[in-house]
Design a binder for this molecule. Structure first.
Ligand code: GLU
Length: 410
């Protein structure tokens, strides 16, 4: 199933629940604008490469459009459109005043040198600078991009439009970035996992957790969960899985990864497993924090964790999701579970616009407050209507976007 078909399917279920008419469905599913651009870049060896770049602006009924830029070899229009749509529901479910967008370049960022990465970033912005801006569409980091890329993008955009750091979020803290932005998505996953556990009447120390993916999101989630007394027994990255049935020493794993250029290859204090086997471990909580589509109809029978927190975007295919729901697995959906990142992006944008810097404590407190409110709303909606947390999150988000659309008049 293509990425956009999957988001459309969840949308349709929520739209049926809300009894939306066909014209509103069509309006909410059709992106406002889709841009595809040519990104010609000179590689270090003098070769000219022509890459494809995209920005899809899905909906702005609730505010300027917001969403990351992904540099990855899977990027295409279908994926970007699906992710832009998810951003509209994500900003709505946590009730921050934004719409949704997403963009990216079809390139494997790991295959580029730092100078090549900078040239790709700047060339891409040369092509799309006039469709983004602090009041219209505000990009941010995503897979394959980071704070440094955001700094180049801001610099390139300002060459055309003048000083305005609020054009992009996820910038380095030294260059108008927000304290706590980098940890925010992983921290949010941790905060929400804790809320879920409390609602289910479980204890962190009796909760064994497996985390697939140890990048920015997975590693910060592991840190917060370990600090909150969860028993993190397995983590994985592209080098494979690392499993310690009695619990991993997460500070030690983090140190190892820092000392080895972000890789866990060779980590000595754990059993080695494959990345797929991580998903099938006997644990109470599974956190897929890498790419989309990792739980599908062919492996879902072996995925036995009773709680799954979707730290990645779209890690469960809809056919597998249906089987999990029938089985009673509790799934905390991506549009809520990983919304911590865009929430702190919003705080960064607010600080940039106010020319006023917040301390880390304030960022963390306000993140906790936004996510706690959103979690309770989704939980109550799901209890009241006896629907899954995913359907409840979509219902709340789509209701908000629909209401904003009607209030401002089409
Ligand atoms: N790329 C992140 C996401 O998918 C963050 C987006 C943002 O901060 O605008 O939610």
């Amino acid at each position: 199933m293509k990425a956009f078909e999957a988001t459309e399917l969840y949308f349709t279920r929520a739209a049926d629940h809300l009894q939306l008419d066909d014209s509103m469905r069509k309006l909410l599913l059709t992106p406002k604008r889709q841009v595809q651009v040519q990104v010609p870049v000179e590689m270090d060896n003098g070769e000219l490469k022509t890459l494809l770049g995209y920005r899809v602006q899905h909906d702005d009924a609730r505010g300027p459009m917001k969403g990351g830029l992904r540099f990855h070899s899977d990027v295409d229009l279908d994926e970007v459109r699906a992710l832009a749509t998810l951003m509209t529901w994500k900003t709505a479910v946590v009730d921050i005043p934004y719409g949704g967008a997403k963009g990216g370049v079809n390139v494997d960022s790991r295959s580029l040198s730092v100078r090549e990465l900078e040239r790709v970033s700047r060339k891409f912005i040369d092509q799309i600078h006039d469709v983004i801006g602090p009041d219209t569409d505000i990009p941010a980091p995503d897979m394959g991009t980071n704070a440094e890329v955001m700094a180049w993008i801001r610099n390139q955009w300002e060459k055309y439009h003048g000083f305005n750091p609020a054009v992009i979020t996820g910038k380095p803290v030294e260059l108008y970035g927000a304290k706590g932005r980098e940890e925010a998505t992983g921290r949010g996953v941790g905060i929400l996992s804790f809320k879920l556990l409390r609602r289910l009447g479980r204890n962190p120390h009796e909760t064994r957790v497996a985390i697939q993916g140890f990048g920015n999101v997975g590693s910060h989630a592991a840190k917060l969960l370990a600090e909150s007394d969860f028993n993190v027994v397995a983590v994985s990255d592209i080098s494979g899985g690392y499993y310690q049935p009695d619990g991993l020493d997460i500070p030690d794993v983090l140190r190892y990864s820092l000392d080895h250029q972000g890789s866990l290859e060779g980590y000595p204090h754990a059993q080695r497993l494959s990345n797929e086997a991580i998903l099938e471990l006997d644990v109470e909580m599974l956190i897929p924090a890498a790419v989309g589509g990792v739980i599908h109809k062919d492996n879902v029978a072996r995925v036995t964790a009773p709680m799954i927190v979707e730290a990645a975007n779209g890690p469960i295919n809809p056919d597998a999701d249906e089987i999990l729901e029938q089985r009673g697995t509790i799934v905390l959906p991506d549009i809520l579970a990983n919304a911590g990142g865009v929430t702190v992006s919003y705080f960064e944008w607010v600080q940039n616009r106010q020319h006023y810097k917040w301390g880390l404590d304030r960022v963390r407190q306000e993140l906790d407050s936004v996510l706690s409110t959103a979690f309770e709303e989704v939980w109550q909606e799901s209890q009241q209507h006896k629907i899954s947390l995913r359907l409840a999150a979509y219902v709340i988000a789509i209701r908000r976007v629909c209401y904003a659309t009607k209030l401002s008049g089409v």
